[in-house]
Ligand binder design. Sequence first.
Ligand code: PFF
Length: 521
Amino acid sequence: MEQKKKHNGFASGFGFILAAAGSAIGLGNLWSFPYKTSANGGAAFVILYVLCVLIIGVVTMVAELYIGKRAAANPITAYKKANKNLGWIGIFAIIIPLFIICYYSVLGGYTVKYSMNSFSGNAGIMTTFVGNIGEVILYTAIFMILAVIVVMAGIKGGIEKACKVLMPALFFILVALAVYSLCLGEGVSEGLNFYLNPDFSKIGFNEILAAMSQAFFSLSLGMGIMVSYGSYADKKINVGKSISMICIFDTLVALLAGLIIFPAVYHYKAVNADAAINLGGILLMFETLPYVFADMGAIGQIVSFFFFLMVAIAALTSVISLLEVVTQFVIQKFKIARKRAIVFVAIITFAVSIPIGISLGLVLNGNNSMLICGENWLDFFDKVTNTVLMPLGALGACVAIGWFLDKPKTFKQAVNPMQLHRALVEDGLQLGWFGKIFAVMVKYVTPLLILIVEVFGVKELLFTAQGFNLNGLGIVLTAYGLCIVCVIVYFIFFKNSQTGTNQDELKIAEKVEAVEEERKK
Ligand code: PFF
């Protein structure tokens, strides 16, 4: 009994991998990746994407996971433990997820609605559904409650257990649907051609940027997810192997998603395939695909149900991870029970998700009366977090590990990656043959590449084909303003106070358990 109580993290290494893969695999894989690939040079984009995963993704993920693992604490404490002057980076790792939960849950709600409604037919319902605010709020709430139930049960009893069932289910549905789609016959090769035909002439700087930022989002980097999950991972897990598996799963799922979507769209010519696909993201998933499913006849209802169930599962396991980071911090900093912490976080994010749902519904119905900086609220939140803040979070993780973990005595030591390599091995980061490469990458290459993503992402917001974009400026200023507020909040409230650890959380849980047992008597 005593033995069991000492550990409040993942029970097994594989449980950790499934949970982290659950965070990574989400809407980014199932819809962004396929349409971005088709629009940006097919297989040429895939090659680029894989390179980004290898060069930036893996390195940043190792850095984040290791920061969490060595500290066994929430991101703010974890960054403080990496270097006492860096705790402020951790606050980004909590604020960014808070924002993402708000809009991701609205889309999660859509997927729940579409899977449940599959047997009544989803074709043509998009504008009426998204415009029906009551219904959108209801489904957002259902989606969030599902995520809250899982997070409430803790890491081992909630997240790990849920992911052990949900992730295999997701893989199974994915493979089954891909096989089905690839066996449709006519139109399949046309679809594959549209999706993967390599067009290297399309690859330019913008496509490289697109691949890099897709890799960040898809791997859940630049926020506290991997720091937080890493903090709950068993000390004995093999960091390198775990991360390779997470990245392989994530990329595989993204590739397979396209193999379901494009052959089916081209086989059932219910819609003008090229035009429909080029609409991208939301419309491809919630408008085009339902017509394709409707064309499949009776079996289409089943295919539709499983398809949207799969997307809902993917979104759910991602939101669970986002909720967990914030909840972990609230529990540990404010010393409150998990149940209270998650309810508090859920209420705040749900409240913000309401105007997001309303704004998106209006825009999809052609009504532009509720915009911020020229964008519907969802895109506004998405740009603030993904374009501006996420690269900063990732940069923070790499710089913390690459430059501030070790305490070199001379300048020569400070700039020498092999010195960092030795320091990391001493600190406990065993990466085998990859160790030396990692040291060079995390110190020089990856931060530089991330900086490029940040600078050009911002530039793209500020300058469009029409010239300087005031709306883009609004987005950029909001994001950087938020950074400044976060840092001020950190220095006023968190810098000199205890921000808690997983051990504190364990003690709180034990106290709650004791009180509950007392009450039962
Ligand atoms: N990785 C998820 C996806 O591909 O949809 C989205 C996501 C989840 C991003 C969690 C960030 C995050 F922290």
